[in-house]
Design a protein around this ligand. Structure first.
Ligand code: SF4
Length: 368
């Protein structure tokens, strides 16, 4: 009797799963996004680059970055041959720079270990830097039409609502449950369309706020909607206060030149160019003798930049310096040249402000 029940229940769940996939694909054929730049032409390389850019960044923002990136590095060979500075300068603004660094590293591995061919096996793909299970599944399903389910932020939200899951999706056991559901619901041979469809559903219908349930192709089976509790899912992460850190940054100028240092490869803003950074004023004072003759330090207004795990208060100090007497390791470059380098977004803003002040002052002098 129990076996019979289980059989009936499995048949029901399999037919429910194929209904989910059929409804989703029917909707996708009419309303899905079919004109994204990485879909034409679609190659493992273009899908990979887009998937990495789409981690933590929305489609609308990614489009222009993707187009510029592909113009600069049209093939994996071009990307592997480029310098890290060049790659990061095309990444600057997208944030999460480890993604750009890993993309570059992975391109070099594809050249050296896979003869320049993007691998097509899960284990090979997931072992490349910067590629986790969901990204590997997206590449395999979209570019190679292999049946691998994805579980990115959008899909987690859709499934948490569809099944009315009462735990935070970031919790290990809940995530395992969601992976299982993602795989079970993928009842179709159209693996590439299914993956694009569930991403589109999450981005355009089952949105973070104000989901459009009336237009949703899978509303008939949605448990959150049935209970009239859509707003309760996905369950939020238990709150913890983000810590705040303070740093002092040195903005050294010699005429139109600015002094920058390359940050270490690991840690925040790894591999990008930035201003010399100090934990406190005392640390800055200790290195000032190495900067030769300079005018008095000017205190610029501090500002806050927030990372996923903490807030950073940046206290800029500006100094008129003499590049020839300078003994700190790093590089002097023109303000305009500096703005072409891979810079962290808040540092770019600060340099832009400095540059525009310079231009104004220059004009004032000329006019004067
Ligand atoms: S019915 Fe609403 S909450 Fe449920 S999956 Fe569709 S859009 Fe999301």
């Amino acid at each position: 009797m129990e076996g019979q029940f289980m059989q009936t229940s499995n048949v029901q769940s399999s037919s429910q799963s194929s209904r989910f996939a059929d409804c989703l694909l029917g909707w996708f054929d009419v309303f899905g996004r079919h004109d994204l730049p990485w879909q034409h032409p679609k190659s493992p390389y273009s899908v990979w680059v887009s998937e990495i850019m789409l981690q933590q960044t929305q489609v609308q923002t990614v489009i222009s970055y993707f187009e510029r990136f592909m113009l600069a590095f049209p093939t994996v060979q071009d990307l592997a041959a480029a310098s890290q500075d060049d790659v990061l300068s095309h990444w600057a603004g997208l944030g999460y720079y480890a993604r750009g660094r890993n993309l570059h590293k992975a391109a070099r591995i594809i050249i050296s270990e896979h003869d320049g061919e993007f691998p097509s096996h899960f284990d090979e793909i997931v072992s490349l830097p910067g590629i986790g299970r969901s990204t590997a599944a997206a590449i395999l399903s979209i570019a190679f039409k292999q049946k691998y389910a994805i579980l990115d932020g959008n899909v987690k939200r859709v499934l948490s609502r569809y099944d009315a899951i009462d735990q935070w999706p970031g919790e290990k056991q809940t995530e395992a449950k969601l992976w299982h559901r993602a795989e079970v619901l993928m009842q179709t041979e159209r693996a590439d369309d299914y993956t694009q469809a569930i991403m589109d559903l999450g981005a355009t219908i089952c949105r973070r706020s104000k989901p459009l349930c009336a237009e949703c192709p899978v509303k008939a089976g949605c448990q959150a909607l049935k209970a009239d509790k859509v707003g309760a899912y996905p369950v939020s992460k238990p709150k913890t206060e983000k810590p705040t850190r303070q740093v002092v940054m040195l903005l050294a100028l010699d005429g139109e030149q600015i002094f920058l240092q390359k940050r270490p490869q690991t840690g925040i803003w790894g591999g990008l160019w930035s201003l010399p950074q100090f934990d406190n004023e005392a640390q800055l004072s200790a290195v000032l003798p190495q900067t030769g003759e300079q005018s008095v330090l000017e205190t610029l207004p501090e500002f806050k930049h927030s990372f996923t795990h903490y807030h950073l208060i940046i206290q800029p100090r500006m100094v008129e310096a003499d590049a020839k007497a300078w003994a700190l390791a790093g590089q002097w470059m023109n303000l305009s040249q500096a703005l072409e380098m891979g810079l962290p977004a808040p540092i770019r803003k600060l340099i832009e402000k400095t540059e525009s002040k310079h231009v104004k002052n220059g004009q004032l002098c000329k006019n004067g």
